[in-house]
Design a protein around this ligand. Structure first.
Ligand code: PMP
Length: 433
């Protein structure tokens, strides 16, 4: 159907004034007006199942968030140079969630800011500049976080425009990468060594390494077993710091783990978080050791006008309370296991379904034209997403080839909603596109 005249007019207004490099999800998007749990509703009252929103982990429209933030706004909102309860309590809560020794917290407003600050900490602590990162990674839009982002789906020029302090290593993608299968750890580690040795040979030293602990941007692919253990060891041997970007994968989304790095059995020097920690309220944090935090003092004081404000801290604490009270990490594990099993069953019936990656409510369904060559089914994936919208499901492609469904719904997803998603997906696969 043609969009309503007011929806079309608003879209024109958006195109006229919302700067052009900011992408729209759909060519003809529904005009969303309301959200409730894992559901969105457009101005005509049509419901959509939101399977991509990795920010609203508690679900849309959570009354506890509205109430807590509203109350705090009425009472007080100021900045962290003042002394108030929420900043002390929230910092303590975050430190207690992190592994022992990581007990110094910086509060900022986004994942980009958190990663920028983490990079500055690595630079300040090591006195070096060179950073190691993974190809196909995304860490943010700010100057430094963008520099270590190499995802060509987000920036087609990424590989030719990184500054010279950025050293990206081969994408450790055990499904379609240079080396394949669970036994490929040694080969991938072998591809990291020449990069480190080239940095060693220049005599400039290494500031650190940044990576998502589960390979999010590539479609939720777990890193090869033991990969981070050895890369962290090599980086630390050179005096560098290891940064775990937990912006997408941390905070319980994996169901089986609260932090992504637990899956690899490592402890980073710096953890960055954002997205879900505010359930949509702009919130980010860096958690590190007191010693690493103190190394920034040589650059003066750190201050963020809204980072750590009373409203932001109350938003963050409410997320943690609801996460625990509603057992959302458990739900991510239980519903996520069920969803993964149902998706995996599609592999037998539909040749284009190449693999299901990930765990908990962080899954990636990869479409291929050929199971041997793994030729990515890029156009088909877009068509499937467009058809799913018509059937009432919000779903988007990810990965460098845009051939992976990025499945990362609110953590309150019910089993019924998970089933609806798979039923609609199967309907699309059956009818063709
Ligand atoms: N790191 C990762 C892994 C991300 O996925 C994102 C956002 N997509 C960021 C960092 C940047 O976060 P933000 O958009 O809050 O700046």
């Amino acid at each position: 159907d043609a969009p309503k005249p007011e929806t079309a007019a608003l879209l024109e207004l958006r195109q006229a004034h919302f700067a052009s490099p900011q992408k729209n999800y759909y060519e003809r998007p529904p005009q969303i007006e309301r959200g409730w749990k894992e559901h969105l509703f457009d101005i005509e009252g049509r419901a959509y199942l939101d399977m991509v929103n990795n920010v609203t982990i508690l679900g849309h429209g959570h009354p506890r968030m509205a109430e807590a933030i509203g109350q705090q706004w009425l009472m007080l909102n100021t900045n962290s140079r003042f002394h108030y309860a929420a900043v002390a309590e929230f910092s303590e809560s975050l430190a207690s969630l992190a592994p022992d020794g990581l007990d110094a917290v910086f509060l900022v407003n986004s994942g980009s800011e958190a990663n920028d600050l983490a990079l500055r900490l690595a630079w300040a602590h090591s006195g070096k500049r060179n950073m190691l990162c993974l190809l196909e990674g995304y860490h943010g839009w700010s100057v430094a976080s963008d520099a270590v982002s190499t995802s060509i789906a987000d920036n087609p020029q990424a590989l030719t425009t990184r500054p010279d302090w950025v050293h990206a290593v081969v994408s450790p993608n055990t499904y379609r990468g240079q080396f394949r299968g669970p036994e490929s750890t040694a080969d991938y580690l072998g591809s990291v060594m020449p990069v480190l040795e080239a940095i060693d040979a220049k005599g400039e030293g290494l500031a650190g390494f940044i990576a998502e602990s589960v390979y999010g941007n590539a479609g939720g692919i777990p890193l090869p077993e033991g990969y981070l253990t050895e890369v962290y060891r090599q980086v630390r041997e050179r005096g560098g710091l290891c940064i775990a970007d937990e912006v997408q994968v941390g905070y319980g989304r994996l169901g089986h783990y609260f932090w992504g790095f637990e899956q690899q059995g490592v402890v980073p020097d710096i953890i960055t978080i954002a997205k879900g920690m505010g359930n949509g309220h702009p919130l980010g944090a860096v958690i590190t050791t007191k010693e690493i935090a103190a190394s920034l003092e040589k650059e003066g004081y750190f201050f963020s006008s809204a980072g750590g404000s009373p409203v932001s801290c109350v938003a963050g604490m409410t997320v943690l309370d609801v996460l625990a009270e509603e057992r959302l990490q458990d739900n991510a594990r239980e519903v996520g296991d069920h969803l993964k099993a149902r998706l995996a069953a599609l592999i037998d019936s539909y040749p284009m379904v190449g693999a299901v990656h990930g765990m908990g409510l962080y899954l990636g369904l990869e479409f291929v034209r050929d199971r041997v060559t793994l030729e990515p089914a890029t156009g088909e994936t877009t068509s499937i997403c467009d058809r799913l919208l018509e059937l009432g499901v919000i779903m988007q492609p990810t990965g460098d080839h845009l051939n992976v469904l990025k499945i990362k719904p609110p953590l309150c997803l019910s089993e019924q909603s998970a089933d609806f998603f798979v039923d609609m997906l199967e309907k699309v696969l059956r009818e063709g596109w």
